[in-house]
Design a protein around this ligand. Structure first.
Ligand code: NAD
Ligand code: LMR
Length: 339
């Protein structure tokens, strides 16, 4: 799906001629680039013809990663920056992807990462507010349900918040849902599109299988097992890695896919829809300010937030279980910055 999108985007750009190619100068910064996600994701971004510059930043190790990736013979420039060099890393960045922070170990929830990752994300938000306030921001660092509100609150304090340009990356949930359902149905996952809404942790991850041709007839225990696997797919990897980290390679793939979609939309391609955790009106009346759903992307970021659509009775229950937990996670993030 990813490579097909790239070539479609390429031909779209070529057909729009000079003005579009001038617009297509896209510098992407990766914060946490030397980590488990940062390295493979940066490699995939180096292979994306829509990315014209890569700025790799980490508290340590990014110049080495950049030197290595820069030898791949695609046209983009790659530069690495460490620690105090954040200003240079962020200058001119139009899209910033953030996988900085610690990953889970077995037995931990994503919320257990809050104490360490909240301040990492807050400090990176301060740096971006100062050096690239207009960039599209894609947050991978967990707990996403809280780190996205943290980013928003910092930007509000700095007077640069634009809700259309802030995204929590939930693409991995959709990638997993498509893969797991494809396995059950013995179908190529590229043809299996599952909408996943809510947030990015346990019960806040809500797959809408009833809206999918291949998913609507999955019933009974098989349905329960599939929902559980999608909601707790991250734990499967954490356990298999036995204390050495969480999903990195599949996340690198998902992060690069999200970036590619966003750049295609920024370059003027219409109809680009990705699931993502954004400031959303969908459940605002229930006190839930941020919510992941299918979002249409455009040159300025969020163009249209798609409604959840019709759901089954089971899915209604899943949403009911999601909302209070999500609300708690969002409030925790907001309170952290306000304190
Ligand atoms: P990792 O420990 O391998 O890498 C994290 C990197 O961040 C390290 O290189 C570290 O030096 C760097 N870092 C720490 N503080 C930094 C700072 N202030 N500025 C710049 N870089 C900094 O971890 P990982 O496996 O790559 O995971 C990173 C985060 O992504 C974790 O919080 C994890 O839970 C999360 N994650 C999210 C998803 C998702 O779907 N959104 C999926 C997988 C992992
Ligand atoms: C995932 O879904 O794989 C990530 O959020 C990492 C984790 O902690 O499970």
């Amino acid at each position: 799906m990813f490579s097909r999108s790239v070539s479609a985007a390429r031909s779209g750009l070529l057909s729009r001629g000079f003005a579009s190619s001038a617009r297509a100068n896209r510098k992407v910064a990766v914060l946490g680039a030397a980590g488990g996600i940062g390295q493979p994701m940066s490699l995939l971004l180096k292979q994306d013809p829509l990315v014209t510059g890569l700025s790799l930043y980490d508290i340590r190790g990014a110049p080495g990663v950049a030197a290595d990736i820069s030898h791949v013979n695609t046209h983009s420039d790659v530069k690495g920056y460490e620690a105090a060099d954040a200003a240079s890393a962020l200058k001119g960045a139009e899209l910033v992807i953030i996988p900085a922070g610690v990953p889970r170990k077995p037995g931990m929830t994503r919320d257990d990462l809050f104490n360490t990752n909240a301040s990492i994300v807050r400090d990176l938000a301060v740096a971006c507010a100062e050096h690239c306030p207009k960039a599209m921001i894609c947050i991978i660092s967990n707990p996403v349900n809280s780190t996205v509100p943290i980013w928003a609150e910092v930007y509000k304090q700095k007077g640069v918040f634009d809700e259309k340009r802030l995204f929590g990356v939930t693409t991995l949930d959709v990638v997993r849902a498509s893969r797991f359902l494809g396995e059950i149905k013995n179908t190529d996952p590229k043809d299996v599109k599952v909408t996943v809404v809510g947030g990015h942790s346990g019960v806040t991850i809500v797959p809408l299988l009833s809206q999918t041709a291949q998913g609507k007839d999955v019933k009974g225990q098989q349905y329960k097992d599939l929902v559980k696997r999608i909601q707790f797919g991250g734990d499967e990897v954490v356990q298999a890695k036995a204390g050495t980290g969480s999903a990195t390679l599949s996340m690198g793939y998902a992060g690069a896919r999200f970036a590619n979609s966003l750049i295609r939309a920024m370059n003027g391609e219409s109809g680009v829809v990705e699931p993502t955790f954004v400031k959303s009106p969908l459940y605002k009346d229930q006190g839930v300010e941020y919510f992941a759903s299918n979002v249409e992307l455009g040159p300025e970021g969020v163009t249209k937030i798609h409604p959840v659509g019709s759901v089954s009775a089971e899915e209604e229950e899943l949403i009911k279980a999601c909302l209070p937990e999500l609300k708690k996670n969002i409030e925790k993030g907001k309170a952290f910055v306000k304190a």
